[in-house]
Ligand binder design. Sequence first.
Ligand SMILES: NC(=O)c1ccc[n+]([C@@H]2O[C@H](COP(=O)([O-])OP(=O)(O)OC[C@H]3O[C@@H](n4cnc5c(N)ncnc54)[C@H](O)[C@@H]3O)[C@@H](O)[C@H]2O)c1
Length: 365
Amino acid sequence: MEKMAISQEFWHGKKVFITGHTGFKGSWLALWLQKLGANVCGYSLPEKSIPSHWNLLNLNIRSEIADIRDSQRLEKIFREFQPEIVFHLAAQALVRASYREPVETYSTNVMGTLHVFEACRKTDSVKAIVNVTSDKCYENKEWNRGYKEEDAMGGHDPYSSSKACSEILTASYRNSYFPTQEYGIKHHTLLASCRAGNVIGGGDWAEDRLIPDIMRSVAKGSLVEIRNPRAIRPWQHLLEPLSGYLLVARRLWEGKTELATGWNFGPSSIEAISVEQVVKYVKSHWDKIDYRLATSAGAPHEASILKLDCSKAHKQLGWSPVWDVAVGFEKTVRWYREFYEYGNLLTESDISSYMKQIKPEWGAL
Ligand SMILES: NC(=O)c1ccc[n+]([C@@H]2O[C@H](COP(=O)([O-])OP(=O)(O)OC[C@H]3O[C@@H](n4cnc5c(N)ncnc54)[C@H](O)[C@@H]3O)[C@@H](O)[C@H]2O)c1
């Protein structure tokens, strides 16, 4: 088993394209890659939330504000930038919004992904592509065991189903245009997909997500209504899956054909906890939170249990979570407290402390 490693030597100077850089995960990834010395180009719609983590970071990277469904614009930026590594994160990423806007959700998450793959196919410099989907891509059977990478794709709501479609599209592009058995002969691009669970961390202000809903109400001093309190999810700090995406991308770039597959990144199964437990964790770090548990009558369907089996990433990538769920929540609540009470941004120091814990000899970023 190889040791988990995210090295500055590798990332320094690499040309990296991120779709969705104005979003929650994308903005953290852009900062992390910039700190590792990569040459980053982001491509996204404008930031939606106020405040916006992307705006607060004020990063000095190339930022293209455009739609992934605009294939001409996308391909033009690919031609200009000539990326080596592509992280595709842009998506309509919310379950509830997908019920309201199914066409928007499928057109972005499926056709948008198709346009990103086409831009990659037409740009010779691209060596590694990581498509970020979701743990919700699996056909949910309300199993108590974690889903494995080879389990069936499915998706009850439009968002989950669109992510399953994105997975099927990934497999088709890999088979049709980037087959691993022809790598180094007919092409030099490897394509993988990554499925992670519910992520937490500072700087998320999306609508209808548990932590942002709680933090907004704490900031306003109002009561927050907690829906689906018994739903169990594999919560993890967002730096955990981001470290997985970085590892996969690096291994693909190095030509490890056997790793051009689907990957789960999640906490150990004992750390999949209920929404109600999450609220209690948060309250233990910031007692200002005032909440009421809602009844789920009349709410749109959401799976009640969802766990991931991540043994493949442990064995084949040497990846494993660095922070357990308690540390993840502590870091997250501290991020928002510092922001709301003192105007501080802890993003960079969270990345530094995370990196020190995976490999102490890296030292500071
Ligand atoms: N946050 C989570 O808990 C979670 C869990 C599993 C999977 N994911 C996946 O991770 C990825 C990132 O999620 P996030 O939480 O950062 O979401 P987010 O909503 O914060 O960010 C989405 C990003 O996509 C961009 N985008 C949306 N539609 C676009 C379009 N048509 N063209 C160009 N850009 C567009 C937005 O501008 C934004 O930058 C998504 O693919 C999401 O499905 C997120």
